[in-house]
Design a protein around this ligand. Sequence first.
Ligand code: NAD
Ligand code: ZN
Ligand code: ZN
Length: 345
Amino acid sequence: MRAVVFDNYGTFPSLAEVPRPRPGPGEVLLRVAGAGACHSDVSVYRHFEEGQPGAQKPPFVLGHENAGWVEELGQGVTHVDVGGAYLVYGPVGCGHCRKCARGQDTYCENVATMPYLAVGLGRNGGMADYMVAPAHHLVPLGDADPVLAAPLADAGLTPYHAVKQALPHLAGGGRHALVIGLGGLGQIAVQILTALTGATVIATDTKPDARARAERHGARTVAPGEHQAEEIRELTGGRGVDAAFDFVGVTPTISTAAATMAQGSRLTVVGIAGGTHEWSFFTSPYESYVTSTYWGTVEDLWEVVDMFRAGQIAPEVERYGMDDALEAYRKLEAGELSGRAVVVP
Ligand code: NAD
Ligand code: ZN
Ligand code: ZN
């Protein structure tokens, strides 16, 4: 079968012919319907080096945002419909620790001894004709379109988890949320904030078309610039934002977000660009939090699918055939995508 393979650190992926996988005990084989291209893949093949925290050892098939139809059940698998459409929860932990037991494989307590983090991150992912996944990581899609649903596995799940953790800060009238970076994750973050909270959503991106799309999802937008933080604070009536989400994560975006925070607010850095944040007693708002989140839980993913099926989340998808999969990554790196690129084998 054909697959998009991450061959070596610092190397752009290649399109290769690889053997079709077989499901092991407790696993299923899926015929891939769609596999989203996430900006984290760019970090995986461009920036990580061997031994660095977060680095995943090549070679493996990329694609950690997958949906497909179940083709074959591995030994011992029951209650999964052969032929049914499913979304794949990507993180794969040990399966036995207290975090894995609650469907939070992202924070597996045995991660140090695991040879991979997730499908498409250390073990073979879904940017291929077929993929293998743990059966208990499947979320049924019913009659929903698996190509449109594929981005939910990360671009939906990650902002959902980040927003859910911040909900206490957004409960009550007159609240404000800030979203920085309106790409695959950020656009869905705006939709989730609009659906789950009554907060005014303020959003920003360097690209005017990304800001225009966020406005269609109900956000008020601000263009980048020297006085951006002041402009955002003005939109809150001077009080600051109650929850900020940074889907870029460079030092300047973290600084902008930090400069807009209200007392008792929460800034969640989701972008993995490596930015840093300076804290001090008198310059940071009292009882405010700066934190990070990583992906989400299996339960979160079921809820994301519920929101998708209820029409509360609609990922904007650009379809690419397997022949054009590498072009999708080129455009993702160049910032030329408007919407999530999904490879449809
Ligand atoms: P994307 O390329 O689809 O979107 C990024 C957006 O940010 C683009 O619209 C771009 O124009 C905008 N942008 C870039 N620099 C900016 C700046 N300085 N100011 C304002 N806007 C700027 O990326 P994505 O797939 O949505 O991923 C976003 C980030 O989240 C990446 O760093 C990715 O690695 C990370 N990520 C983290 C997790 C997690 O669990 N923490 C999960 C998935 C992705
Ligand atoms: Zn991702
Ligand atoms: Zn575990």
